[in-house]
Write a new protein. Sequence first.
Length: 187
Amino acid sequence: MVCLNLPPELRYKLENMLLVAIVPGPKAPSLTQLNHFLRPLMTQLRTFFHRGYFFSWTPSREQGRLSRGAFIPLVADLHAIRQVGAFGSYSSRHFCTFCGLFVQDIEEINPDYWPRLRTCAQHRQYATEWLNAESQDKRNHLFELNGIRWSELLTLDYWDPCAFTLYDVMHGWYLNVADDYVRDILG
């Protein structure tokens, strides 16, 4: 993790970055396994957001300072966004993380015919239904309908999975996705 409050020239220096976790291989973990890795981090982030942490001394405040923080946005490649955010795969029926367009309609280039954008409330409802399902068969059925599973990120009450996911710089910059994202999704 990096602190985006730091100036860009300091942000990515080794001493200013935090290694959160290393997920063991040799294969990528399943969503359920990944949620186990995310859970302790989400616990700390909830505390950091709601209660904050008090630092007894800082260079600018000798009497100490209360600090709060939030995890925004999730920047990753397509595969990681979908796995961490608990969206369907980019090759699944529900390929789009922003709307309900189905993969069989992928060639529809007129936005007037696209479904409405997903909302945070709708996403949370589908994820909660998936989490509370009585059986794996029911979960599979709900995922087939909605393309959404539960992610530990949803334990952050401020987290908006529809707005806070951004493709990484390499993909976003070179494919010009970042401009559209900032302008059209974040407003």
